[in-house]
Design a protein around this ligand. Sequence first.
Ligand code: SF4
Length: 360
Amino acid sequence: MKQTFTDILKKEELSRDNIITLLNANSEDSKLLFAKSEEIRLKYVGNKVYLRGLIELSNICGKDCLYCGIRKSNKNICRYNLTDEEVLKSVKYAYENNYASLVIQSGELENKAFAERINNLLVKIKKLTKGKLHITLSCGEQSEDTYLKWNKNGANRYLLRIESSTKELYNKIHPNNKKHSFEKRIEALNALRKTDYQTGTGIMIGLPFQTIGNLADDLLFMRKVDIDMVGMGPYLEQKDTPLYDFRNTLKPIEERFFLTLKMIAVLRILMKEINIAATTALEAIENKGREKAVKAGANVIMPNITPAIYRENYMIYENKPLPSSSEILVPEKNLNKIGYKIGWGEFGDSAHFCKRFKKK
Ligand code: SF4
């Protein structure tokens, strides 16, 4: 007998076909899906939303991903590299405003000078904040030694997005060379997973050539790797990138947004205790995009605290929201209205990680 949408939502174990059905939900069925993911979210991770002040350290990148506006070959952007003083000023802002966590994100450079720079910054940040800020790094593929050193010097979490867990699709959105190897990325993720980092990954939703089956596989991949945190958002095309040539094949932007909410909801059902970020890319499509993602199951937001003059140069996709420094960065009132509250001063570590860490 054919399973109804409601039958699938009641199941303990979801098959790949079940996940595809959930991701294909129409607007009526999606209400049931979001109600289920919200119920699970409230039961397992509560109604708090944790903050990660986002510092975009540098847009200098050694790689050439075909979708990314700060790729090495793009000559139409102004490259920058924050000074340590500028970084520490943003850190101080996060510390004094009780954010409790930071993300340092950068273009990917795999060299000694970069590794040392991050080391030194970690030491300075820990000293400035007396170890009271948890730090997430998102600085790409590095050697195992570098990961371990950064971890030892104070980095608590690491986000390495796989972008697509389907090798054929990964190869279509990256140059076909050693520097952009799918296997190397998986190895780096596995290396991180073996350390004491809370390990995160993520993907883009609505890429050219991507199928709903690919997205279902991405969710199953996250579960298989037993990831602690996820940051995934809609693919937004950028005009200075090779993938822009395929813009006419894309799903309409509203569909990519809706699909992202459904991905968050299904992931929350599959991995009840992980941290899921409501990414800025959602805000680029809808004013209250992040709040909708929180309703669907996300429990982390990442207000951008990069000095305002640099933000327009970290344009990985078009129409990235660029709030001026005077604008409220945290949508607290909007979250309160929908029954959620900000976990001011709380690390908001992944409950999934805390459990597996205790098990060690
Ligand atoms: S996606 Fe990351 S690694 Fe790829 S070009 Fe952009 S910043 Fe560099």
